[in-house]
Design a protein around this ligand. Structure first.
Ligand SMILES: NC(=O)c1ccc[n+]([C@@H]2O[C@H](COP(=O)([O-])OP(=O)(O)OC[C@H]3O[C@@H](n4cnc5c(N)ncnc54)[C@H](O)[C@@H]3O)[C@@H](O)[C@H]2O)c1
Length: 389
């Protein structure tokens, strides 16, 4: 089966031999229920697709052996309670970071006969896993795809903010070569705080240690991999020491607004904060206050709490209603990008391959190393190992 841009309905089998078991050429035989079920399982409704998603997923599909082929039905729209009806007749949905796979949507998918939710991303905070567990659905993500892609982007943000390259770029285009206001700091010898030392946090620590920085980290689950580059401290010990802080933990109840009024107060005056993880790790109101009183020296965001309404689409003709985001964008020392840290050719290729591998495990009923929910059991990995919560 192949990828398609429109919904398809199941079609009866076409006989190819002139006469087989007494059936004339081109005579249509009804499909057996088993055959229809098998076909449904292989049909994946892919939401929130852009041209690049279609390109990389189609290429990954082409590379699969014939026996593992799926049918991909690409939708440009995001998955939500209204678009969930597009999934009828499909065995699986494939979603991205801003698709809404909350409790009611999971239930609707289940009612529509969908059995699997395939995330083509690492974060799964937009999926109600407990409802998927109740409904007995298969859920899998792509936990690791070029962590260096995100870590390198965090570094790019950090250095752009620190050296004011974003301002220099605009000035020079206007013929303004004045350096006033562009003063940065040499990062060699500075102290960098890494919150969350999973795949991306460790990759970021490795990069920053290459710059000759002192690396401190906070993570309730310490990793020997990180210890090659720096030292673990509590968050309260770490924040007052760091010139730059970069967030690399997932969004969970325990990490929501990990950067808040209290933790902002602990930060070194003038320190810069980088967030490439999830917007809600930050209390945006409090961050704006800290930027206004200059206690926070700069903010670089690739993610934003209200991004679901805006990111990945062109709103240049709209009046953007999000006043917090618009306020943030007025600061000279704030950079906002539209959730693009993952966006490299390498990462898109890895995401597409891993998504189809997860889909193959679901179709074949095989154990999937990337399962978050399987056989009515909720699994969440802290790192590569699944742990039961
Ligand atoms: N901007 C992007 O394009 C992009 C791309 C991929 C991932 N991400 C984000 O990056 C996050 C990290 O990705 P990863 O692959 O490194 O994940 P990971 O699972 O390998 O690592 C997450 C780390 O966070 C730690 N952690 C858990 N609770 C914590 C807490 N309370 N405080 C501090 N640390 C805590 C875990 O112990 C783990 O070591 C993802 O959850 C996702 O939200 C963003």
């Amino acid at each position: 089966m192949a990828s398609t841009a429109a919904d398809t309905t199941t079609s009866p089998v076409e006989m190819t031999s002139p006469k087989l078991n007494g059936v004339a050429k081109n005579q249509r035989l009804p499909k057996s229920p088993e055959q229809l079920l098998k076909e449904k399982r292989r049909r994946i409704c892919v939401f929130s697709t852009k041209g690049y998603d279609r390109t990389f997923l189609t290429a990954a599909l082409k590379a699969l052996p014939e026996s593992d082929k799926m049918e991909l039905i690409f939708h440009k729209c995001a998955l939500d309670i209204d678009s969930a009806d597009l999934t009828k007749g499909s065995g699986a949905v494939c979603v991205f970071v801003n698709d809404n796979v909350g409790k009611d949507v999971v239930q609707k998918l289940h009612d529509n006969g969908v059995e699997a939710i395939l995330l083509r991303c690492a974060g799964f905070n937009n999926v109600c896993l407990t409802q998927a567990e109740t409904c007995g659905m298969f859920v899998a993500n792509v936990p690791s795809y070029s962590p260096e892609a995100v870590a390198e982007f965090a570094l790019s943000l950090l250095q752009t903010l620190n050296r004011n390259t974003h301002r220099a770029y605009n000035r020079v285009r206007e013929g303004n070569f004045n350096l006033e206001g562009l003063l940065g700091r040499t990062i060699n010898g500075k102290t960098v705080g890494v919150i969350g030392t999973g795949r991306i946090g460790v990759a970021f620590a490795r990069i920053m240690s290459g710059f000759g920085c002192k690396i401190l980290a906070y993570d309730p689950f310490q990793s020997s991999e990180f210890e090659k580059y720096g030292e673990y401290l509590t968050l309260e010990e770490l924040l007052p020491q760091c010139d730059f802080v970069s967030l690399h933990c997932p969004l969970m109840d325990s990490t929501r607004q990990i950067i808040n009024k209290n933790t902002l107060k602990l930060m070194k005056r003038g320190a810069m904060l980088v967030n490439t993880s999830r917007g809600a790790l930050i209390d945006t109101d409090q961050v704006i206050k800290s930027l206004k009183d200059r206690t926070l020296g700069g903010l670089a965001l690739d993610v934003y709490e209200g991004e679901g309404e805006l990111f990945y689409n062109d709103h240049s003709d709209d009046i953007i209603q999000d006043d917090q985001l618009m306020r943030l964008m007025t600061f000279p020392n704030v950079i906002v990008c539209g959730h693009q840290a993952f966006f490299t050719e390498e990462a898109l290729g890895e995401i597409a391959d891993a998504t189809l591998e997860n889909a193959g495990d679901y179709v074949k009923g095989m154990p999937c190393p990337n399962s978050l929910v399987r056989n009515k059991h909720l699994l969440v990995r802290r790192d590569s190992k699944p742990i039961r919560i």
